[in-house]
Design a protein around this ligand. Sequence first.
Ligand code: AMP
Length: 111
Amino acid sequence: MTIFQKIIDGEVPCDNLYEDDDVLVFRDIAPQAPFHALVVPKKPIRSMAETDRQDQELLGKVMLVAAAVARDHGLEKNGYRLVTNIGEHGGQTVFHLHVHILGGRMLRGMG
Ligand code: AMP
């Protein structure tokens, strides 16, 4: 079981920013930017590489929630970044699909 599943199940605490039946958003424990949060679908999908057409609506919701959280935290004016890491070469360390929201500073490069 991943750490994110334990957070979803309420076994491990998080700094919760948003939650509904499908999605949980919480602050990253090791922030890489002044604002760094993770948008996590509650469905246990390992990464984008494991998704299929059945997940279309859920994935759309994940992106819309990410944009809404960014808006609520004032990131729209200067911009921000949404990232999802896939597998070892993608830098993924927690194997439960999540989208990073990074903002509050100038972000450079892609890796
Ligand atoms: P990734 O490398 O894309 O798999 O991202 C995993 C992210 O989860 C990293 O940015 C970690 O800092 C973050 N993380 C790991 N454990 C926790 C936790 N308990 N609460 C919040 N964020 C976490």
